[in-house]
Design a protein around this ligand. Structure first.
Ligand code: CO8
Length: 259
């Protein structure tokens, strides 16, 4: 897939997406969001893809936010429309994906950049990363789900503090408050994300999707227990369930097919 603002490649069933606007600290302009929507849809429909690592080009920024230079001239209706389209096609599409997405946060993750990382199912940060939602310094608030996902991840008090003061947190503070899963030296960032996906790749793909869907339902729909019950039931209909149980009884490694 050839994109202007992204680099994407599949290696060993992992789709690597790199946001590639290094001179603008990988800020999300409209074209980048359109390309992201396209590559996320590709990840969802491509069986070969078992997990996704999303990162930013260079060593300074994951994504420094929505592209501020595109903001001038918008009215309220256009702002609302942009937030809705972005949430639907990119941010919610990642969160609702059946494939696990890991954000490999290689530097600044600010505004829409942190919102993008929070839409992913897991976040690994490099030790130089700084994370924050500075929208109020522009007279805005987060519009790509940041008020909701930051609250889910770190709790109401800390979320309100971070959003209203617009202060950035270091990677190690982000780990302490549950905003990132792990912090590693920058050189180890991608291999840490690969380590997690390589474990997930050994598990039953449909069970992975069911697990992600159920966990997301815990925070989004208010019907998490029902979702879990239904997804649990569906697992019994899969060939992988039969294979998993048979392999256990036969004391061998399961050979899952994703069916
Ligand atoms: N948008 C556009 N360009 C950017 C952005 C951005 N968000 N961030 C950095 N850049 C550009 C700079 O303009 C600069 O370009 P140029 O060289 O052409 O002047 C280049 O990247 C390098 O940046 P700096 O020179 O500023 O680098 P510093 O090391 O001095 O500072 C910072 C790094 C601290 C990251 C600084 O660049 C900064 O504060 N950036 C803006 C961070 C920010 O406010 N992000 C939030 C944006 S708003 C948002 O994300 C809203 C999301 C919800 C939208 C919902 C609907 C649309």
């Amino acid at each position: 897939m050839a994109y202007q603002n992204l680099i994407s490649e599949i290696k060993e069933n992992i789709l690597y997406i790199t946001i590639n606007r290094e001179k603008a600290l990988n800020a999300l302009n409209k074209d980048t969001l359109t390309e992201l929507a396209d590559v996320i849809a590709f990840a969802n429909k491509t069986e070969q893809v078992r997990g996704v690592i999303l990162t930013g080009a260079g060593e300074k920024a994951f994504v420094a936010g929505a592209d501020i230079k595109e903001f001038s001239g918008y009215n309220g209706e256009q702002g609302e429309d942009l937030a809705k389209r972005g949430q639907d096609l990119v941010f919610n599409a990642i969160e609702n994906s059946s494939k696990p997405f890991i954000a490999a946060i290689n530097g600044f993750a600010l505004g829409g950049g942190l919102e993008l990382a929070m839409a992913c199912h897991m976040r690994i940060a490099s030790d130089n990363a700084k994370l924050g939602l500075p929208e109020v310094t522009l007279g805005l608030i987060p519009g790509y789900g940041g008020t909701q996902r930051l609250t889910q991840l770190v709790g109401k008090g800390k979320a309100i503090e971070m959003i209203t003061t617009a202060t950035m947190v270091t990677a190690s503070d982000a780990e302490k408050i549950g905003l990132v899963n792990d912090v590693v030296p920058q050189a180890d960032l991608i291999s840490k994300a690969e380590e997690i996906l390589n474990v997930i790749k050994q598990r039953a793909p449909l069970a992975i999707s069911a697990a992600i869907k159920s966990v997301i339902a815990a925070v989004n729909n208010g019907d998490g227990y029902l979702t879990e019950i239904k997804e649990f039931g569906k697992c019994f209909e899969t060939a992988d369930f039969k294979e998993g149980v048979t392999a256990f009884v036969e004391k061998r490694k399961a050979n899952f097919t994703g069916k």
